[in-house]
Design a binder for this molecule. Structure first.
Ligand code: ZN
Length: 276
């Protein structure tokens, strides 16, 4: 593993603080005993029924995330993605060495033989197949799309991962973000897109805003602009430059874009809160 020492390992967990370390330091955990292979995944599990279902869902979600990213060329994985499905959260925590709050995690890094990718999940996680699996798989796919030269900003990484969980999953944190917007007490878009770490004192707000900003760009704005922004990021541009180029015909300035996103948030999430 020492030859991979210069590469970076990305470890993400739901509502996690994304973490990076040298690949040389990453030790693959002990995996469940039963193995099952699909076109793009190698699944290790304890439960045949859940293992089979996981295999089907993983292939479906992989297709959808690639489609949403707007990337046209994306072949099969030669180095298949390993998924470990542990029996319980307790087993997952012991084997993965992750912190107590973690319910799942994704690991990916570039090696001389191609990309290594792995998801660690547990059977007893609520909404494992609809929420945790799409979230973690999105992180792995985005890391590959951006490659070693691209810029994968935190807001986009976490925002798109939540977008793939579906509208309703992140609704509560988007409602809470909309209330902060209403009070003028939120993270501005300019600040949000610069963040390299989830702010400790604004974790929920950061996730809520990232989720809703990505949703706004994908569902309200025309898709081709998102694709354009994505390809600039792939070429290593900053979020500010990539957004400026892709959305310059839609908005006269960043502030104008922020105002429109605010309006969308108030319409879609603040009004809902008032009805409740
Ligand atoms: Zn995440």
């Amino acid at each position: 593993m020492t030859k991979f020492g210069l590469f970076i390992v990305f470890i993400y967990a739901l509502f996690c603080f994304s973490n990076s370390s040298s690949a040389a330091e990453y030790k693959i955990p002990e995996l469940p005993r039963v193995k099952q292979e699909t076109k793009n995944f190698i699944i290790y599990h304890h439960n045949t029924r859940k293992g089979r279902f996981l295999a089907i869902r993983a292939e479906e979600i992989r297709k959808k995330v690639i489609k949403d990213s707007g990337v046209k060329k994306f072949g099969s994985w030669k180095n298949k993605c390993i998924i470990a499905l542990y029996k319980t959260r307790e087993e997952y925590l012991v084997k993965s060495g992750m912190q107590k709050w973690s319910g799942a995690c994704a690991v990916s890094y570039h090696t001389e033989q191609g990309m290594f990718r792995m998801l660690l999940l547990c059977e007893d996680t609520p909404n494992l197949f609809n929420h945790y699996l799409p979230h973690e798989l999105t992180h792995v796919i985005l890391a590959q799309i951006m490659g070693t030269k691209g810029n994968l900003p935190l807001w986009l990484n976490e925002g798109l991962a939540q977008y793939e969980e579906g509208w309703e999953k992140a609704a509560n944190i988007k409602i809470s973000a909309a209330m902060k917007i209403k009070n003028g007490n939120y993270i501005s878009i300019k600040e949000l897109i610069e963040m390299k770490n989830v702010p400790n004192d604004k974790v929920i707000l950061f996730y809520g805003e990232s989720a809703s900003f990505v949703e706004y760009l994908l569902d309200v704005q025309p898709k081709y602009r998102f694709t354009k922004m994505f390809s600039s990021l792939k070429n290593g541009k900053s979020s500010f430059d990539a957004i400026s180029v892709a959305y310059k015909t839609a908005f006269s300035s960043f502030s104008a874009m922020e105002r429109e996103w605010n309006k969308h948030m108030l319409r879609r999430y603040y009004e809902i809160q008032k009805i409740k």
